[in-house]
Design a protein around this ligand. Structure first.
Ligand SMILES: Nc1ncnc2c1ncn2[C@@H]1O[C@H](COP(=O)(O)OP(=O)(O)OP(=O)(O)O)[C@@H](O)[C@H]1O
Length: 758
């Protein structure tokens, strides 16, 4: 009993002691918090005082102003070292916030000029700026540029020898920039990959020394959206960058990205342990200064071209296009798969008689070959890189004059990013997508396992199918909904976000070349046939269904669930079931093959048809069957359909000008006028096609589509763009640009299948 009492008294004494200590620590905490508050206020005052004149405001700092104490020096160095005369987009603001030691998030479009926002301040501040960049090729590129400009930039990647690494460590950590007993210039920029930071403890502790000595000026994270698992480019090694704030708490962080939807931004701030964002125009002393630049790039000319059905004809079309519009200019061709990239590269070279020198880039290409390819491409020894999407993230080649898509991207985000690798120097460049509805099926099989794979693909398809709406407005509407990007991001000086660009294919297109057809009967026929196949235990691919409804290939289908018969006692083949098209659908569908394909895809997008996926050992087969809305049409008789007892379905098609081409027949196509020549004359592109199918001629180029060269054209980011003339454009310009139609987001019925509702 006595011993228990004794123990309790002992604990009471310890508790009192602990409470006293808690109080002491609490007091210390309060003092520190007050001290910190005082310093923050002082910092605020200092910052405001330093931002002379109009840049300071009572409630914060306007980092976009041009009257900071370093403004003159920034501009002078920019001209001298980088040969750049003027800042563009939000570059100046980011440089200012950088100079002021702020944490920053900067979202600027691909090619916007993000590198300058840290390279320039790095030259003006003492110490070293650490740049974390995802691609070795990009790092090589940047180092090469910087060294050419006389900037002390180095990298620490796998290809750097142990001796060189040691030397770099010594240079970074020695107090007077001495290496090997000799004085050396201070390293201004150090590039590493996220892997290096995540995996090398030696590197982390070396950096702790550098930071401790006050010589780590800043950490820059390129492609910072890769930090977030919520984005589409998540990289596990980026996750480790959360250690940066922990290990080097006083070193400012600059996160750069070309794409950062709000949920990704939120996640990024949390992971990197950055404070909430503050407005760059009236920034208080604390918080992460947030910059965003307009996403719209006027110098990119978007167009979608019909893709011939034979692989050879596609290559021919591309070769013709490149030789005609971009001879000797650099470009990229994006392909869906590694094999496609290799084939396109080989065949493009051969088809052009060796005139188009091509290279291949995809994930399986050896690092040394990738590096070599990149070097040769930069030098112009290789004109066109045929690649998968593995190529491009951060590639620094400003003069890419064209990006062709051999196949559609899996999402509009992907397409925007990939095509955005054109024209990063701000000069006119073309972004051309070769589209054929057949590609939809292949892509569907590829995205079927992805979260949101199918809706994203359908958005891409809607974009590709749209023959009327300006591409800029489509992008603006799409990104404002999918990524909550403010519509104002698509505005330029003098032009609203929802004003037509005037130079994409849809703006340049003569409206007479687009035909709106009532396709109710054809849709009814397709759905009736699809239902009959389903009833008979069959399942057909999109391509096969196109043939079936057009009466091609014997109008029979295989019952997947039905019996199989032996042939000569050897192999089993599925039994075929004949389709009586006359009885089922009152005959075959009377549309051309392309138009039928197009209609089928539109029926898919509007849920009259649905896709069914069957995995095989190597891939996923995609089949098409009647969807939930099919019954709303198939319940009518043909007579009722023809006599309009239901709402009509409408679809837009390109009018054909050339008729059926025979095998190996040359077909002359005219191309959209937005591919105007540099001398301002309209061009007519001759595309030789050996396509068996009816080759959809590009829209006629009417006189109204002539593109004129803008004499005042500047090589300026904001002003370099081709102008279309002309009545057609004027007519469109007169349209109320902010009409309800223009503001409408992409939806299943926009310009695709219009259901005229009451
Ligand atoms: N103010 C400017 N005026 C003219 N050219 C510029 C300016 N700023 C940058 N550039 C040029 O623009 C090109 C693209 O710049 P940069 O590589 O920094 O783009 P980026 O935003 O990093 O693109 P990405 O997201 O693709 O990496 C470079 O050739 C660069 O020299």
């Amino acid at each position: 009993m006595a011993s228990l009492q004794h123990q309790i008294s002992g604990l009471d004494a310890e508790i009192r002691d602990a409470e006293e200590n808690v109080k002491k620590w609490q007091d210390l905490r309060d003092t520190l918090v007050n001290q910190r508050r005082g310093l923050v206020q002082q910092l605020d005052q200092n910052r405001i005082a330093r931002s002379a004149g109009g840049s300071s405001r009572k409630d914060g700092i306007d980092y976009n102003a041009a009257n900071f104490e370093w403004t003159h020096e920034l501009k002078t160095r920019m001209r001298k070292v980088f040969g750049i005369d003027n800042f563009r987009l939000c570059q100046q603001g980011v440089c200012n916030a950088n100079m002021d030691g702020r944490d920053i998030v900067c979202v600027m479009p691909t090619g916007g000029g993000k590198s300058l926002t840290y390279q320039l301040p790095a030259l003006l501040t003492s110490g070293c700026t650490l740049v974390i960049s995802p691609l070795i090729s990009l790092i090589h590129d940047q180092i090469m540029h910087l060294q050419e400009a006389g900037v002390e930039a180095v990298m620490l990647t796998g290809s750097v020898s142990k001796e060189e690494t040691k030397r770099i460590y010594a240079r970074l950590t020695s107090p007077y920039g001495i290496s090997d007993g000799r004085p050396s210039r201070e390293i201004k920029l150090l590039y590493i990959t996220p892997e290096k930071f995540a995996k090398s403890k030696t590197f982390q502790s070396m950096l702790t020394n550098v930071a401790g000595a006050g010589k780590l000026a800043r950490v820059v994270i390129d492609e910072a959206h890769c930090v977030s698992q919520l984005g589409h480019d998540f990289r596990p090694d980026y996750k480790k960058l959360s250690l940066l704030r922990q290990l080097y708490p006083s070193v400012p962080i600059l996160a750069l990205s070309a794409t950062c939807p709000p949920k990704v931004l939120e996640d990024l701030l949390k992971t990197l342990k950055l404070r909430p964002v503050v407005d760059s125009q009236c920034a208080p002393a604390e918080g992460t200064v947030y910059f965003t630049a307009p996403l719209y790039r006027k110098n990119l000319h978007y167009s979608i071209r019909p893709k011939p059905s034979s692989a050879q004809a596609v290559i021919k079309a591309m070769a013709e296009y490149i030789l005609e519009h971009h001879p000797n200019e650099s470009g990229i061709i994006y392909c869906l798969a590694k094999k496609d990239a290799a084939t396109v590269a080989q065949e493009l070279y051969e088809t052009s008689g060796g005139k188009i020198r091509t290279g291949v880039y995809h994930a399986d290409v050896a690092d040394s070959d990738k590096e070599n390819l990149h070097k040769r491409w930069r030098k112009g020894e290789i004109q066109v890189v045929c690649a998968t999407i593995a190529f491009g993230l951060g590639i620094d080649k400003g003069d890419v004059r064209f990006v062709l898509h051999h196949s559609m991207s899996k999402s509009l985000e992907g397409f925007y990013q990939e095509s955005g690798r054109a024209g990063r120097d701000g000069k006119d460049s073309d972004c051309v997508l070769y589209y054929r509805a057949q590609d939809a099926a292949r892509l569907s099989g590829m995205v079927c396992g992805d979260v949101e794979g199918q809706p994203k693909l359908y958005d891409m398809l809607r974009f590709a199918h749209d023959l009327k709406q300006c591409r800029k407005i489509q992008f603006a509407n799409y990104f404002s909904i999918s990524s909550h990007v403010s519509l104002s991001s698509w505005a330029t000086e003098g032009e609203g976000a929802l004003t037509r660009c005037g130079h994409c294919d849809n703006c340049a297109r003569d409206p007479q070349t687009v035909e709106e057809k009532d396709v109710t009967l054809e849709a009814w026929q397709i759905l009736r046939i699809a239902e009959a196949i389903k009833k008979g235990g069959g399942l057909e691919t999109l391509n096969k269904l196109v043939d079936l409804v057009r009466g091609a290939g014997g109008a029979s289908f295989e019952a997947k669930t039905g019996g199989r018969k032996r042939i000569r006692g050897k192999c089993k083949v599925p039994e075929k079931t004949g389709l009586d098209l006359e009885e089922i659908a009152g005959g075959k569908v009377g549309l051309s093959k392309e138009d039928t394909e197009r209609l089928l895809v539109e029926l898919l997008m509007s849920h009259y048809l649905i896709e069914e996926f069957k995995p095989t050992a190597y891939s996923t087969n995609v089949y098409v069957s009647p969807g939930p809305k099919a019954i709303s049409l198939t319940r009518w008789t043909r007579d009722e359909v023809e006599h309009r007892t239901q709402r009509p379905l409408r679809c837009h098609f390109l009018k054909k000008t050339s008729r059926k081409s025979k095998v190996n027949t040359s077909v002359t196509q005219t191309v959209p006028s937005n591919t105007a020549s540099r001398n301002g004359k309209k061009k007519t592109n001759r595309i030789t096609s050996s396509d068996e199918e009816e080759v959809p001629s590009e829209q006629d180029v009417s006189s109204s589509d002539v593109i004129i060269h803008d004499d005042d054209e500047e090589d300026n980011w904001a002003f370099s763009y081709r102008k279309t003339t002309p009545p057609a454009k004027k007519a469109r310009r007169n349209e109320p640009s902010t009409s309800a139609a223009a503001r409408k987001p992409l939806n299943p019925h926009d310009n695709i299948i219009e259901i005229l509702s009451d």
